[in-house]
Design a protein around this ligand. Sequence first.
Ligand SMILES: [Fe+2]
Length: 285
Amino acid sequence: MQITNYRLKAGISKPIRIAVVADLHNAPTDYLFSNIENNHPDMIVIAGDLVYGRELDRDKDNFIFEPEKPMLLRFPYADDFIHRIPSIAPTFFTYGNHEWLLMPADIDRIKKAGVKILHNTWMRWNEIYIGGLSSPDVTNYWVFQDEWRKAHPSDSRGNLRRSYFYWKTHEVRKNVDTSWLTEFESAIGYKILICHHPEYWSIKEPKLENHPIDLVIAGHAHGGQIRVGKRGLYASGQGWFPKYTSGIHKGDYGNMIVSRGLSNTLKIPRIFNPCEMVYVDLITS
Ligand SMILES: [Fe+2]
């Protein structure tokens, strides 16, 4: 694992250190937990993909919609992580595309663990504002899932998986929910937006590079899996030779930092592309 540090001027009276946890995908976390603890962050940002949807392929017969049963029980490392990490620092979590499988019971479980969920909303925290733009795979799929269950009342076994893949393949309602962004952007102060998908910076609407947001924190691209020089080979949502897989990117107003993530979900290895833990120091001036 590589550690990457960024320092950004934020015009605040006291420095803030942010630990960025992206694309954990239920990987073991003991090494990570001690790394975060030793770096003494003031806040922790989980930038999506805590769990791993395809893991459930191995368990098709049990893939049932059970709102009262937490899916996190199938992801022991992720579950352990969300229960331990808030003891280090206040933790904020915005959904990545794999969080589509979370149940209402998971939301309760995460909140009870002390993690603040930012699902298309924002809040003030000390001197800064922090918002979370959820993946459309969560925002829109959850609406679609309700409709699917009403339309298929007898489909109790397997309907969760079937409805998700119907939704994925029919490409219905894939836009992010920006209805709350204008209000967030008009807040006076340093603004951080957690947005799992870096392609929303300039490739897809709402093109966050043009928005008055100081810092966007993203993941998802896994560094492009194989890195050639400073570029990745492929990233979901951006295709071949993707533009945003790592590093810091300057926009009209603020910056986007893209974490290369903390796991590998593919059978092929990550080449010249170690997993990455990102720390951002917001400094006073
Ligand atoms: Fe992702």
